[in-house]
Design a protein around this ligand. Structure first.
Ligand code: HXC
Ligand code: NAP
Length: 294
């Protein structure tokens, strides 16, 4: 069996209605495809309606499922409420919200205008807040239980990272919201979890985080102990599990899927990886000699 194979049984999401923000491209599209294959009805949203329409058509043809495209800029609460209303009109109810939409680009922080900083915070943190609040209020009012919110963060939500500071601050806020509401809204039958992906190549992310020849200069797979980047199906497998009923006792968790990347950066002595194997005899002898020299 390979890590790129599909993990769950074919009917794992049958009967579920799922809204994926930013579902027209990249990881959102990959997760939406797998949800459809598993029997869910999926609504994909983002700002670019033509892109959404094409993706929905492509995914329906590939999977035989129902994929509804709805234009929505998550920065605007009224547009999010409109999505909810349209989904309820089309499907009767909604079971899962996947907050995946994001904005990001690399920049030294001192080069950012106040509006540039706000733009990222507004898409990532305020957008996630808008969707979560609208859907959460609906679920509370309608007394619908067994609902789930899955948030896509990243590992620098807790380590922080230079050159993507607005994104790091916003993702940290999303992580705090995930853990906070996992407790506060559990009484309404809602579960909140997050996924923290490491590097998963997508056009949206790579064009903004590794423009031009930075892709070659900074090979992301070299930062990963497992020596490779992620495959979209691996993330889709994890997301499908977390929105399915199989994960009903997981709440308030953030699951990292990064091949060990962030821990490699964090561990004090992990840089000793660069020492050639043949040097270790010599190093051991030097260390042992310190006892004799006492
Ligand atoms: C400095 C910049 C800039 C740049 C834009 N701005 N790009 N400043 N360096 N490279 C400034 C603009 O000048 C403007 O400020 C403000 O930011 C808003 O820019 P707009 O273009 O008007 O915004 P908008 O059209 O809303 O586009 C948002 C965007 C864009 C974030 C700038 O890149 C976008 O649409 N992104 C969506 C998709 C995306 O980012 N995907 C990647 C997610 S990857 P002023 O002051 O001039 O008005 C990800 C990975 C995480 O999150 C972890 C990886 C391991
Ligand atoms: P992507 O294809 O650029 O996805 C971002 C999506 O968000 C796009 O479909 C975009 O669509 C949508 N979006 C942006 N601004 C929006 C807004 N204001 N309102 C509604 N939708 C908006 O990049 P990706 O790599 O797949 O990223 C998906 C998620 O994974 C993000 O949360 C990202 O932070 C996270 N992530 C990615 C990686 C990685 O290595 N790729 C690693 C860690 C975390 P429109 O432009 O049409 O609006």
């Amino acid at each position: 069996m390979k890590h790129t194979e599909k993990m769950l049984r074919d009917d794992a999401l049958k009967g579920k209605t799922i809204v994926v923000t930013g579902g027209g491209s990249g990881l959102g599209k990959a997760m939406s495809r797998y949800f459809l294959e598993l029997g869910a009805k999926v609504t994909i949203t983002s700002r670019n309606f033509d892109k959404l329409k094409n993706t929905a058509k492509e995914l329906e043809a590939e999977t035989g499922g129902i994929c509804l495209p709805i234009q929505c800029d998550v920065r605007h609460y009224d547009q999010v409420e409109q999505v909810l209303a349209e989904v309820l009109k089309s499907f009767g109810e909604v079971d899962v919200l996947l907050n995946n939409a994001a904005g990001n680009f690399i920049s030294p922080t001192e080069r950012l205008s106040a509006n540039a900083f706000d733009t990222i915070i507004d898409i990532v943190l305020k957008g996630t807040k808008n969707c979560t609040l609208a859907f959460g209020k609906h679920w509370i009012k309608s007394k619908q239980e067994n609902t789930k919110v899955l948030n896509i963060v990243t590992t620098y939500a807790w380590t922080g990272s230079g050159y993507v500071v607005p994104s790091a601050a916003a993702k940290a806020g999303v992580l705090a919201m995930t853990r906070s509401l996992a407790v506060e809204w559990a009484k309404y039958g809602m579960q909140f979890n997050a996924i923290a992906p490491g590097p998963f190549p997508t056009k949206g992310a790579w064009d903004r985080l590794l423009p031009g020849d930075l892709k070659e200069k900074f090979d992301m797979s070299k930062k990963v102990p497992l020596n490779r980047v992620g495959e979209h199906q691996e993330l889709a497998n994890l997301a499908a599990y977390l929105v399915s009923d199989f994960s009903s006792y997981i709440n308030g968790e953030v699951i990292t899927i990064d091949g060990g990347e962030w821990l490699k950066g964090a561990g004090e002595f992990n840089l000793l990886e660069d020492i050639p194997q043949e040097m270790w005899d010599q190093l051991e002898a030097m260390i042992r000699a310190t006892k004799k020299n006492k």
